[in-house]
Design a protein around this ligand. Structure first.
Ligand code: PEP
Ligand code: MN
Length: 279
């Protein structure tokens, strides 16, 4: 078996620091279970605010929503851009939920940061080194998704880029990797959770939506992630999934999300109370 030397890593390794707890407007990530939920994309004010209210009512801690969408096809909906960010600002005001939103261009970082509680770097940009360096100087926490073709070591090197620019607040998000399997959209590498907890002090969360790409698998894999020790879940919810402009097949309805939240909180409490006896 290949030895993991991780020889170029410094700041990201667990041996060098205490567990990082990222705090955004009073919400912690890195202790307990933090749930970030919302639509794939900001499509309109009504759609975003209605979905935001629903996820808040179900107990979500933060709102997600993309205003800049990195789409495979140039002809697909690319997001509302600045108007999407303004809508997210309104949703933040109405619900009190801090906002996670993606930035895809280094030139946009400074002004996107004004609208975001957390800046997301998506799977396609994990190794966009100029973007990583730029967000390292953004003054905002970064949610760094795993590249769909990347090893844990490559991923940790990307976090190291951000840390080395002086930004200590990074959340790692496993969102599935490409394998030969085609039934699921990607293969969720749940082992990344305990593996990263061995290697790094950074919080690690799971995205059951983009990893499975299948509605029926989202709840079981979210629960499995909690059992594996995830610090959080990032999940797509849409007020009317059938109308979604992006990822319509895999968004939970507000009702489905509510049901899942009850189970997630219950399992998380069970795990944290030490009621699950590991010996
Ligand atoms: C997203 O979370 O909106 C997204 C585009 O995810 P990923 O980068 O994991 O595909
Ligand atoms: Mn999506």
């Amino acid at each position: 078996m290949r030895m993991y030397t991780m020889k170029n890593l410094k700041l990201v390794l667990k041996e060098n620091r205490e567990q990082t707890v990222v705090n955004v407007a009073g919400i912690d990530i890195g202790t307990g279970l933090t749930v970030i939920a919302g639509p794939c994309s900001v499509e309109s004010e009504e759609q975003t605010i209605e979905t935001a209210m629903a996820v808040k009512a179900a107990g979500a801690d933060m709102l997600r929503g993309g205003a800049f969408k990195p789409r495979t096809s140039p002809y697909s909906f690319q997001g509302l851009g600045i108007n999407g960010l303004k809508i997210l600002k309104k949703a933040r005001k109405e619900t009190g939920l801090p906002v996670v939103t993606e930035v895809i261009d280094p030139r946009d970082v400074s002004w996107v940061a004004e609208f975001a509680g957390i800046l997301q770097i998506g799977t396609r940009n994990m190794q966009n080194f100029s973007l990583l360096k730029r967000v390292g100087r953004s003054g905002r926490p970064i949610l760094l998704k795993r590249g769909m073709y990347s090893t844990l070591e490559e991923w940790l090197n990307c976090a190291e880029y951000i840390l080395s620019e002086g930004n200590p607040d990074i959340i790692l998000c496993e969102r599935g990797i490409r394998t030969f399997e085609t039934y699921t959209r990607n293969t969720l590498d749940l082992s990344a959770v305990p593996a990263l907890k061995e290697l790094t002090h950074l919080p690690v969360i799971i995205d059951p939506t983009h990893s499975t790409g299948r509605l029926s698998l989202i709840a079981p894999m979210s629960l499995a992630a909690v059992a594996a020790g995830t610090h959080g879940i990032l999940i797509e919810v849409h007020r009317r999934p059938q109308d979604a402009l992006c990822d319509a097949d895999q968004a939970l309805t507000p009702d489905m999300f509510k049901g899942l939240m009850t189970k997630l909180r219950s399992l998380s409490k069970f795990m944290q109370k030490g009621q699950y006896n590991e010996s």
